[in-house]
Ligand binder design. Structure first.
Ligand code: GLN
Length: 544
């Protein structure tokens, strides 16, 4: 039976609980255990799909088409275990299912309440599909003390009570701030946070203390004493130079040993951490550097492009180079050719990422034009591919009015809304007036690649499956005209209807993809498109 590790956070938000969960899972996996990580989000949105990237960062999409929290991206990158819809639940989703049942009369006249109905639903979610696992790590979003997270903490309390003592473990992640004026690390916020959690019936077994300075032994003892945990279970977590060194750092501090001890496991095998040493070595000892410009809209908040950022880093690891990313605001390029040339000239690669809405789109199209005319390696992702097709239509196929119906009505809809498409479950239809949430082509779809195309050579295959998240498609009625302008449609949906990949064989590296390859890239297994794009950038950097 699976053992459960519950991870809560205290004192402040943004302590990196997701990374902590992913790192601990990776350490347990390195000892041969089968792991899965789940995220409980206390907010009332049903999923983050309709939230602004500025509010919530990137929306991470799973193979089974769920729009989830970006922490699931960390989980997948660190463990290689593909995340699923059933790994992320929000209060909104739980209430939605309870209210649906209530309206159907499923509760047979009972009063529907937070305890037991909401807490039962949370427990059910935590325990679903865990038969083949050794450890389930459950991360609770938010901070202990928030009103929203109370039902989740109560569900943990109940689960711990219902299961055997050595089957669950509670980890609390806190902050031990350094007060400059006093020249000391302060343990009081941790004490208060643990007291708050204990008052809700959950006594932590392990404390992970985020700190900027090494935690002196006296402070460790003090935290242990006041918080009712063993001193060895107070694990200092100093800020790391890179997220990929966190598992090694936590291991050195004894986190996984302490967790196993908490479960009473004495015969665990030593972890094989060789792949973590390898990627840290690649990251810390690069043999060169390339600069990639990302021409986007949400450039003020890096979390909005989390997976993209990591996939570029992985591409760098694959080529043993450091990837310097310039986040460029596409809007600034609109009507300012000089700015555009000045900013794009020094780059070794240009990437136009996914996005929604018209703002900055003309700047993105101008960046594609620059990359095409100057033969700078170009990578267009989702909206980036759509912009590349509009650029091709306007500037190489003579369709001056080319546009996308996403922005406005256009006489030349090179990119348009489709109302039907095939998925593995059969024909999918979009009804007029559907809710905005859940009307996109979402999740894994297969594509057929053109034999001998650049894309097929990079993938080493002609059949691929990649994750999608978009409403609009490149209109296949324009394929002939765009082809005459030099664009090759090297990947299509298996029924031949939907363009998936475009490329320009006359240029050194020019590829646009309708899907999001960044979602599947891992440090140990960099996505082939990112590895190849960075290799092309390295080549370009050596030419100048
Ligand atoms: N806005 C575009 C669409 O909906 C692209 C989406 C994206 O880049 N993820 O089709």
């Amino acid at each position: 039976m699976a053992r459960y590790i519950f991870i809560t956070g205290g004192v402040v938000s943004s302590l990196g609980k997701g990374l902590m969960a992913a790192s601990l899972a990776a350490l347990l996996q390195a000892r041969g255990y089968r792991v899965r990580i789940r995220k409980f989000d206390p907010y009332l949105n049903v999923d983050p799909g309709t939230m602004s990237p500025y509010q919530h960062g990137e929306v991470y999409v799973t193979d089974d088409g769920a729009e989830t929290d970006l922490d699931l991206g960390h989980y997948e990158r660190f463990t290689g275990v593909p995340s699923r819809q059933s790994d992320n639940v929000t209060s909104g989703r739980i209430y939605q299912s309870i209210i649906t049942k209530e309206r159907r009369g499923d509760y047979l006249g009972a009063t529907v309440q937070v305890v037991p109905h909401v807490t039962d639903a949370i427990k059910e979610f935590a325990r679903a599909e865990t038969d083949d696992l050794d450890f389930v790590l459950c991360e609770i979003g938010g901070t202990v003390g928030d009103i929203e997270s109370l039902p989740f903490i109560e569900a943990i309390r109940q689960l711990r009570n219902e299961m055997d003592r050595d089957q669950t473990l509670s980890i609390h992640v806190t902050l031990v701030p350094y007060i400059n004026a006093a020249g000391e690390l302060k343990t009081k916020p941790t004490q208060h946070s643990v007291r708050e959690l204990a008052a809700l019936g959950v006594q932590p077994d392990v404390l992970l203390c985020r700190c900027e300075q090494p935690l002196p032994e006296t402070e460790r003892q003090k935290i242990a004493q006041f918080c009712n945990v063993r001193a060895e279970a107070v694990i200092p977590a100093l800020d790391a130079d890179s997220i990929y060194s966190v598992p090694l750092q936590y291991h050195a501090e004894g986190l996984d040993d302490e967790v196993l001890r908490g479960f009473g496991i004495r015969d665990a095998q030593e972890p094989d951490l060789s792949r973590w040493y390898d990627i840290c070595d690649r990251r810390n000892n690069p043999e060169g550097e390339v600069t990639i410009g990302v021409v986007g809209k949400y450039v003020g908040l890096q979390d909005a492009y989390k997976s993209l950022h990591e996939a570029l880093v992985h591409g760098g690891m694959a080529n043993r180079v450091n990837v310097k990313i310039r986040w460029l605001d596409a809007e600034v390029f609109e009507n300012e050719e000089e700015t555009l040339a000045a900013q794009l000239e020094p780059l070794h690669g240009i990437l136009v990422p996914g996005g929604f809405g018209e703002r900055g789109s003309e700047g993105k199209i101008s960046s594609v034009k620059f990359a095409r005319e100057r033969n700078v390696p170009f990578f267009g992702i989702c909206l980036g591919m759509q912009m590349a097709c509009i650029e091709a239509a306007r500037n190489t196929a003579g369709i001056e009015a080319a546009g996308t119906t996403e922005f406005r009505e256009t006489s030349e809809p090179v990119v348009g809304l489709i109302n039907e498409w095939m998925s593995e479950e059969g024909l999918q239809k979009r009804e007029h007036g559907n809710d905005l949430g859940g009307t996109m082509r979402l999740g894994a779809y297969p594509a057929q690649l053109l034999e001998n195309s650049h894309a097929a050579r990079i993938y080493g295959d002609t059949k691929i499956s990649e994750r999608h998240r978009h409403r609009y498609e490149v209109n296949s009625n324009y394929i002939d005209q765009l082809t005459s302008g030099g664009l090759v449609f090297s990947g299509m949906s298996p029924d031949g209807e939907l363009p998936e990949i475009v490329e320009r064989p006359d240029l050194s590296w020019f590829i646009g993809v309708q899907y999001h390859p960044e979602l599947k890239s891992k440090p140990f297994e960099p996505h082939p498109l990112f590895a190849s794009f960075i290799a092309a950038a390295v080549h370009k950097s050596r030419l100048v």
